[in-house]
Design a binder for this molecule. Structure first.
Ligand code: SER
Length: 412
């Protein structure tokens, strides 16, 4: 199945369970100061969970554009190094607003995975919050999962919160073994090994986290689920990495043709470019522009990081803006806004690339000078500041370059 068919198949499955199909919210959260970017499908329903808004429909389903580069959920450091973390990703989700609860959420997730998509039950694992006996019993009694594949774990992995404050609750995750040796699967490795991918998170929202850290019980119980489309594509298309799926193949071909290099020789740099162009395109389409503070600065940092990785491929001219077309080809049928605003997005990226490229090369020379002068393994704060102030290197870019040389930046 192609990515567009997988997305559609998820949505259609829940429509068949009486869910209303709704649109993705923008990645720029509207009226929510607790978030820089939309980081989960449930964000747009926060006030329904908190009971300050009444839902039009009690069951909804969609694919939500999400960005996780700041705050409680931040995956930036992982991007590129492995095949399954992203700054921008799509989260498929189904919701119940005070309607069905754990039993249906669990049974339907199992039905979709094992009966519709026919994922191998002998590779699936399920985690539940250690205190959630109800979820444990439902998995055991109402599905045909082998009970030895149900694992209890603590709040770190099985209690989900959208931000420092707001709706939250215990969750149950479905993981999939992607390694080459199924007979070596081990319950203790779930959540601890890159051979086990979390595919779907079923959150049972029943509390509101307050500023003082305490939790109040919500008047109703809700379901909030999220499944990363990119990982699902990887598994269903039998690939080892999200970047090998059809979601990224057009972008990879475009980078190969512009840079005259090959993906296999530069996997990390390609992955970073593929990932970051999606974050940039969708952010700009939804009205966030590169700037010196707040979410605009996050966009600027991501763009500068991408420019640095393009430089690793030997590309010295602006390249990122040229990748927007490939993304439009793959994703605009579901997200028409990127086609409608394509020209504006390309121009915004091009302007920003040009301005950074004017200092990038000099900054890299300055960086080399700093590290050649120092026989330490630490880059001084004053040098990191100079790279930021004079050459426009965001701190995380300097940290990344330092790390490439087994060095650290003196953050204090
Ligand atoms: N809100 C949960 C998550 O983001 C499930 O959708 O994982």
């Amino acid at each position: 199945m192609k990515s567009s068919e997988i997305r559609e198949s998820f949505i259609a499955f829940f429509e068949s369970k009486a869910h209303k199909r709704v649109k993705s919210a923008p990645v720029l959260p509207i009226g929510d100061k607790s978030l820089l970017f939309t980081n989960a499908g449930m964000n747009q329903f926060k006030s329904i969970f908190l009971n300050t808004e009444q839902p039009k429909d009690l069951r909804v389903v969609n694919s939500q554009k999400c960005i996780r580069v700041s705050g409680k959920h931040n995956d930036l450091e992982e991007v590129g190094r492995d095949g399954f973390h992203h700054t921008f990703f799509e989260m498929l989700g189904n919701w119940s607003f005070g309607d069905y609860y754990k039993k249906e959420a669990i049974q339907w997730s199992w039905e979709l995975f094992t009966e519709v998509w026919k994922l191998d039950k002998h590779k699936l694992w399920v985690t539940v919050f250690e205190e959630d006996d109800e979820a444990y019993e439902i998995w055991k009694e109402c599905t045909d999962i082998d009970p030895s594949r149900i694992i209890r774990s603590g709040a770190k992995d099985n209690f989900w919160e959208m931000a420092e404050t707001g709706p939250c609750g215990p969750c149950s995750e479905i993981h999939y073994y992607v390694g080459d040796n199924p007979s070596n699967q081990n319950a203790n490795m779930v959540n601890h090994s890159s051979e086990y991918w979390e595919l779907w998170n079923l959150v049972f929202i029943q509390y509101n986290r307050l500023k003082d850290g305490s939790m109040e019980e919500l008047p109703k119980k809700h379901v909030d689920t999220g499944a990363g489309l990119e990982r699902l594509c990887s598994v269903l298309q039998q690939k080892n990495s999200n970047y090998q799926t059809d979601l990224f193949s057009e972008i990879i071909s475009e980078i190969e043709s512009i840079s005259q290099t090959s993906y296999n020789d530069h996997e990390v740099s390609y992955n970073v470019l593929c990932d970051h162009i999606r974050m940039l395109t969708f952010s700009i389409a939804d009205g966030i522009i590169p700037s010196n503070d707040g979410r605009g600065y996050v966009v600027r940092r991501v763009l500068r990081r991408a420019s640095k990785f393009a430089m690793n491929l030997g590309v010295k001219d602006p390249i990122l803006y040229q990748l927007v077309q490939a993304l439009v080809t793959v994703m605009s049928s579901h997200y028409p806004e990127i086609k409608e605003k394509q020209q504006y997005i390309e121009q915004t990226i091009l302007n920003e690339e040009k301005s950074f490229l004017r200092t990038l090369e000099k900054g890299v020379l300055q960086f080399e000078k700093i590290i050649s002068e120092s026989n330490k393994t630490i880059i001084d704060g004053i040098d990191a500041f100079k790279l930021y102030d004079t050459y426009g290197f965001p701190l995380d870019l300097t940290q990344l370059m330092a790390e490439e040389r087994q060095m650290k930046v003196d953050i204090d």
